[in-house]
Write a protein of this length. Structure first.
Length: 425
């Protein structure tokens, strides 16, 4: 519906600039120049614009006449984005309304983020695509800043939990090191006794019986049998503790790594394990986690944004369970599932919380909407998650919830990211 309004408005603007006597478009019409969006009509056969709004010179720096050249509009699109732009044109010609985001080169040589809405003009002869392009560079910048702020908020919220997770293995590594320090000293005393007894025996100062008694006395004083049994496990536990710390630090580093603009194939199962490690303190007191990770191929995505989305769902699940089990001895269950399904990878986060009341199910993705107490949530988590999955990755984020039973969120990501979003008329 929104696309209909936008493209029809572009058509109305175009018609308002047409000279009644000649039928040609006047680029000087003030009604056209007043809008910052750039309306255009493209002959998909020749790649030349039959029309483009005069404001294109103000917005993009190029003279409108240049777009009448065959292929000039397409040549302005960033080389990496041309395939998705071309596919959008094909979809539009096939009578699909489409929206596509790409980088477009300005006359200054810089690139702007542009969102274009397109549709086929069926009443025209030839392969004519009518569209309107809007510069969303500032919007993308604000979205990035909002996302990074939300990510830093998450890191800050997790910091205390991560510190606790690190403190536990560090504590028993410390205990084991103190034990090993004393043990090494005691074993050293026994070794010195061995040396003294050996020298005294060699010099004829001690007979065999005396030597044996002195050695046995030193071994009992040091409790050598106990040390022999417990020193190797102490070393192993220390190594395990250090490995645990290394895993937590590595996971935190991977989770908080600055986002890259470009997408790349990623192992979502590994990303899920990383986030579970970082967020363990959020759920370990109230729920057990059942991990059922299937055999899935790499998915082309921004893995940092996926981590953030999964974290939001995981924390929400833990909070929902906490509301149910608080003050009882019961524990909830969070089930994490991944699978491949019909050209997509599906990630499910299921909890045994109280479910989402039917009255608010339609609002949970709204920005700043939250049912949590002050200080526990800002209402941005699910809104950003939906934007990341739907708008940026062209997937879907849906949920099923039964009040009193629990909620399941489904993330669906296409295996092949085409960058084109199909918009329903």
């Amino acid at each position: 519906m929104l696309l209909n309004l936008i493209v029809n408005a572009a058509h109305a603007i175009r018609e308002s600039g047409r000279d009644a006597s000649t039928g040609r478009v006047s680029m000087a019409n003030p009604q056209i120049a007043a809008t910052s969006a750039v309306p255009w009509e493209l002959d998909d056969g020749t790649g030349a614009c039959r029309y483009i709004g005069a404001q294109v010179e103000r917005q993009w720096g190029w003279a409108a006449e240049r777009f009448r050249r065959a292929g000039f509009l397409f040549s302005c699109v960033h080389t990496d984005d041309r395939p998705i732009f071309a596919q959008a044109l094909e979809d539009a010609v096939a009578s699909h309304d489409v929206a596509v985001e790409c980088r477009l080169q300005l006359s200054s040589g810089k690139f702007a983020d542009v969102r274009s809405f397109m549709r086929h003009a069926p009443n025209e002869k030839g392969r004519i695509v009518r569209g309107i392009s809007i510069d969303i560079t500032n919007q993308k910048k604000l979205e990035s800043e909002l996302y990074q702020a939300q990510k830093l908020e998450s890191v800050g919220r997790l910091a205390a939990g991560v510190a606790h997770e690190i403190n536990t293995p560090v504590q028993f590594v410390s205990d084991n090191c103190y034990f090993l320090r004393d043990a090494v000293s005691q074993v050293g005393e026994v070794l010195r006794t061995y040396q003294e007894v050996f020298q005294a025996t060699s010099a004829g100062q001690l007979d065999a019986q005396q030597a044996r008694e002195r050695i046995e006395m030193a071994e009992r004083a040091a409790d050598l049998a106990f040390l022999t049994d417990n020193m190797p496990p102490a070393v192993e536990r220390s190594l395990e503790g250090l490995e645990r710390v290394t895993t937590i630090v590595r996971s935190m580093k991977e989770f908080s790594h600055p986002n890259q603009r470009s997408m790349a194939p990623a192992d979502l199962n590994a990303a899920i394990r990383t986030t579970l490690t970082v967020a363990r303190n959020e759920y370990k007191y109230v729920a057990d986690v059942d991990i059922r990770l299937g055999d899935i191929p790499p998915v082309v995505c921004n893995v940092g944004e996926f981590n953030q989305t999964f974290l939001n769902l995981l924390v929400n699940a833990a909070h929902a369970i906490e509301d149910v089990v608080k003050g009882t001895e019961r524990r909830g269950l969070i089930t994490i599932t991944t699978r491949q399904e019909a050209g997509s990878v599906v990630v499910c986060v299921q909890d045994t919380g109280g479910g989402i009341p039917e009255a608010i199910q339609g609002n949970i993705f709204d920005p700043f909407f939250t049912t949590k107490e002050v200080g526990k949530g800002t209402g941005q988590g699910l809104a950003i998650a939906r934007s990341v999955i739907v708008d940026k990755h062209h997937g879907s984020l849906t949920f099923e919830s039964v009040p009193g039973v629990g909620t399941t969120f489904h993330i669906r990501l296409p295996l092949e990211a085409n960058g084109v979003e199909t918009v329903a008329a």
